[in-house]
Ligand binder design. Structure first.
Ligand code: VGL
Ligand code: ZN
Length: 205
């Protein structure tokens, strides 16, 4: 069974100085760098929005955090973030990228968000990640990155639902925590879905 690390959205806009800051988000970089040599495959996702994406509060003249319906799907509005080919969409500096063999770009459709690395939020379109993983079958997945309560959560839930043995490396993830308890809630949801919650120290041996 080969081990595949999926690095979720370790991008400048999710670092504490970014447009959609995840508290302490940049600290996952060192943990992920230390883990990478232990994996057979390393894949990264990038949130990759066009300017004026439907998840941006500015487009709707509303405030970040408000909830609307976008294409029939409930959508939390965010500050403009991870616009394609801008600084905010780049990997956080210091992340070792030479082992990353494949990058999944998501959230590119103007009117639908994509928290999961596998499917958009309406489950209408696949990103190709599952097809890619099937070329290295059988593999088990280890998920790390940002943010625990959004893109890590939905990527892990889809991974488990697709039948992958899925591990979430807790200390290699950080949460937005719009509401207190969101992180804990996300961890509980992933555990209930059959994901194994582990720490990087369990893997570094
Ligand atoms: C994310 C909110 C909006 C994430 C992406 O990477 O967790 N969160 N877009
Ligand atoms: Zn986004």
């Amino acid at each position: 069974m080969s081990k595949t690390l999926i690095i979720v959205d370790v991008q400048n806009d999710f670092s504490p100085s970014g447009a959609l800051p995840v508290p302490d988000g940049d600290s996952v970089v060192a943990v992920i760098n230390r883990l990478m040599p232990y994996f057979d495959h390393v894949i990264a996702t990038q949130d990759w929005h066009p300017a004026g994406h439907g998840s941006f509060a500015s487009v709707h003249h509303q405030s970040p955090g408000e909830i609307i319906e976008l294409n029939g799907v409930e959508q939390i509005l965010w500050p403009d973030h991870c616009v394609q080919s801008t600084w905010g969409a780049e990997f956080i500096p210091g992340l070792t990228t030479d082992k990353i063999e494949h990058i999944v770009y998501k959230g590119s459709h103007p009117d639908i968000d994509s928290y999961s690395g596998f499917f958009d939020n309406g489950k209408q379109q696949a990103t190709g990640l599952n097809d890619y993983l099937n070329t290295i079958h059988p593999c088990e997945l280890y998920i790390a990155g940002l943010a625990t309560d959004y893109c890590v959560l939905f990527t892990a839930l889809d991974a488990a639902a697709l039948g992958f043995k899925t591990y979430v490396i807790q200390d290699a993830c950080r949460a937005v925590n719009l509401n207190s308890g969101d992180e804990e809630n996300a961890l509980n949801q992933m555990a209930e879905a059959g994901c194994h919650l582990v720490c990087s120290a369990d893997l570094l041996c």
